[in-house]
Ligand binder design. Structure first.
Ligand SMILES: [Zn+2]
Ligand SMILES: [Zn+2]
Length: 99
């Protein structure tokens, strides 16, 4: 685990990248994924691991599919604006179902 984390940091330093959360936006996208769509995070933020998709599987009794989101990596040379906002506890409780 420690090694894993170290690799992320090395990767970030070596390639100077940040990650952008990319959701497939349609009527099956849940409010949590919608909220995170297009937000940019640095890889040393603990939320990077926590919100690495899939964030949930198909949820019984609603019309949201399993999470289809992914990270897009952007070079810091492109001067991306880091605009990550930690989702509200309500969104997490309702839609976050990591195995
Ligand atoms: Zn979702
Ligand atoms: Zn998702």
């Amino acid at each position: 685990m420690i090694k894993y984390e170290k690799n992320f940091l090395e990767m970030q330093e070596k390639f100077a990248i940040v990650a952008r959360f990319s959701a497939i936006m349609d009527e099956h996208t849940c409010p949590l994924c919608k909220f995170l769509n297009d937000r940019v995070i640095t890889l040393d933020n603990p939320d990077y691991r926590r919100f690495t998709p899939p964030l949930h599987y198909h949820m019984e009794g609603d019309n949201h599919t399993k999470c289809r989101c992914f990270w897009t990596y952007i070079s810091k040379n492109e001067k991306p604006k880091v605009n990550w906002v930690h989702p509200s506890q309500e969104l997490i409780t309702k839609y976050y179902r990591k195995k």
